[in-house]
Write a protein that binds this ligand. Structure first.
Ligand code: ATP
Ligand code: MG
Length: 338
């Protein structure tokens, strides 16, 4: 029997999940779940969400079930994937505390993802300490499950590097082979960080520039019709630009008919193809992908007690695994006094 690789990943419950999450992470998760090669754990990171939303716990509470429904809608199957809630696993916070001592402030300041988030959120020097150190808490999440594979979008590479450093330093200080070094598993080129509707470099639930998996057909159409294209493409007959034109970026990612996309691009560059036409086409492509997800989501939403029960059972299972790792960690550190 081959041993299945432990997989850990997750999302912050700061809103509903969007098509960036779908291509950046969810799609890979479902493929990996179905391959049978992995033992997947997927975490809803409510504690991490609180690091920059401490004053809005209601948002986190509401988003928890939205994210759970998004998971079920895209095909995560609780019979194959353990879906759990971060705050229900006390060992994670305890591991975080020990790891914080293995990391310096200057190392944390160098994390490029955190750096750009601090800028985006206008934190300057008033960063919540918990937010500043969240990469360490992610290391706790990953290592608690001894995950060797972490399927995530491109912005998570620095977190994986930070985790590997903590693992190496823990193992060398307190005894080898307690913790496992994880590898990232990234989506195909161009899909690890999809831009927002406004052309912003990252579609994000916190930036209000997203197409959500749960958007109805009408909302989807309105969002697509309002999308950023080429600001200099004023008349239909003008030659248009496809680079940085989000409509074409999304077509590249979501349309399986690559030849048709290529033909559209050539026509657009030459002139004579209007924005309304390409947007209508993109809308059709997205609607075909999102309609089945939306329908499944509505079905699962009919029985919310079952969704909570699923999260409860997943959390119990995850708790047992994390407790065991914490026990080994404390033993390695000599904190097993009694
Ligand atoms: P927030 O703004 O609250 O941080 P987010 O949209 O960045 O929300 P996260 O929960 O932080 O979402 O990220 C969950 C996963 O989705 C991560 O693996 C991340 O890399 C991936 N991801 C997030 N945004 C995108 C995107 N625009 N394109 C591709 N992958 C993405
Ligand atoms: Mg994020």
């Amino acid at each position: 029997m081959t041993v299945k690789k432990r997989l850990l990943t997750g999302d912050r419950p700061t809103g509903k999940l969007h098509i960036g999450h779908y291509v950046g992470s969810l799609k890979n998760r479902v493929i990996m779940q179905e391959s049978g090669e992995y033992d997947p754990f997927v975490m809803i990171a409510d504690q991490q969400a609180l690091t920059d939303n401490a004053r809005d716990p209601e948002k986190i509470r509401k988003s928890l079930t939205e994210v759970a429904l998004d998971y079920l809608a895209v095909g995560l199957d609780p019979a194959k994937t353990t879906i759990f809630v971060q705050s229900q696993i006390p060992a994670l916070a305890e591991l975080n505390l020990y790891y914080l001592n293995l990391v310096t402030v200057s190392r944390l300041e160098r994390n490029p993802t955190v750096k750009s988030e601090i800028q985006q959120k206008n934190f300057e020097r008033s960063i919540p300490a918990g937010f500043f150190t969240y990469p360490v808490s992610q290391a706790a999440d990953i290592t608690a499950f001894k995950a060797s594979v972490v399927p995530v979008g491109d912005d998570q590479e620095p977190m994986l590097e930070q985790t590997r450093e903590i693992v190496r330093s823990f193992n060398s200080i307190y005894g080898k082979e307690v913790l496992v070094e994880p590898e990232g598993y990234f989506p195909p080129k161009g899909q690890g960080r999809i831009p927002g509707l406004d052309g912003n470099a990252k579609m994000s639930k916190s930036l209000g520039n997203a197409i959500y998996l749960s958007d109805d057909a009408d909302t989807l159409r309105k969002k697509v019709m309002s999308m950023y294209t080429d600001p200099n493409h004023i008349h239909i007959e003008d030659p248009g630009q496809v680079e940085g034109n989000v409509v074409f970026t999304y077509l590249d990612i979501f349309d399986d008919d690559k030849k048709h996309v290529q033909a559209l691009k050539e026509h657009y560059q030459k002139g004579g193809l209007g924005d309304v036409k390409i947007k209508r086409y993109l809308n059709e492509v997205l609607e075909a992908k999102l309609a089945p997800i939306r329908e499944r989501r509505l079905e699962f939403a009919q029985d919310m007690p079952a969704v909570y029960q699923m999260l409860k059972e997943g959390s119990q299972k995850a708790n047992a695994v994390a407790e065991q790792t914490l026990k080994e960690v404390k033993e390695a550190m000599g904190l097993n006094y009694f």
